[in-house]
Ligand binder design. Sequence first.
Ligand code: HEC
Length: 225
Amino acid sequence: MNRAPLIFLGIFFAIAFSWTGIILTNQISYGSLTRYVNPDDGKAYPQASPGEAARGKLVYQDLGCVYCHSQQVRQPGFGIDIERGWGDRGSVARDYVGEQRVFLGSMRTGPDLRNVGARFAGQGGREWHIKHFYDPTITSVDSIMPPHRFLYETRKIVGDPSLKAVQSLLPEKYQPAPGHEIVLKQRGEDLIAYMLSLKDPELYPEEAARVYVPKASPAKKEAAK
Ligand code: HEC
């Protein structure tokens, strides 16, 4: 008996079903999702990242940070991300509108980074990252995150010392030889700009319906006793 038509139909339906399930239904659900224009300030959210942060995203991709870090805050009930301070709300599809490549990640060896720009902001945040990337144990005792010292350069001071020299932030053991200074390479600057840019906007209309009041954490309960 010639089974070729049957095999062909089997393969055809297997592909058609998975295409419908994986691509078509998602396209129907999310394909028309756009940025949300906030009536208060007239700006569209999520906003596009500026140039340095966009380059930093490529560094993030290149260095494989995604193998230890996720960028999706789980909804209440699916994890304790909000109690851990990784965001004020769970991530929603709209957060990723306009991103060509999304680093959701599945490993949570380190904290979720979706809102890391809110946790470490401004100049203080920048300095925190400078120490942390140089040697994560400076800021986080017992950290197992690998140091990223190749993002820095130790160089001889020629003329005036650089205003961007960072060694003053580092402990004694990392101080360069006299007449030398440590500066960030451009990739390091970009990566830090990307870290500082990571922050999901306030609630969208679809999220306002499920404002979440975190349960008191065990530490807080202890303090309340
Ligand atoms: C081997 C796993 C691993 C890799 C790879 C890794 N990290 Fe981490 N990361 C961790 C762990 C564990 C922590 C928590 C301890 C700490 O603060 O160092 C952490 C913490 C962090 C924090 C602080 C987050 C917070 O809220 O305290 C940032 C920022 C960060 N990592 C960025 C990065 C970036 C950017 C890369 C890629 C260049 C990267 N990590 C690669 C494991 C990793």
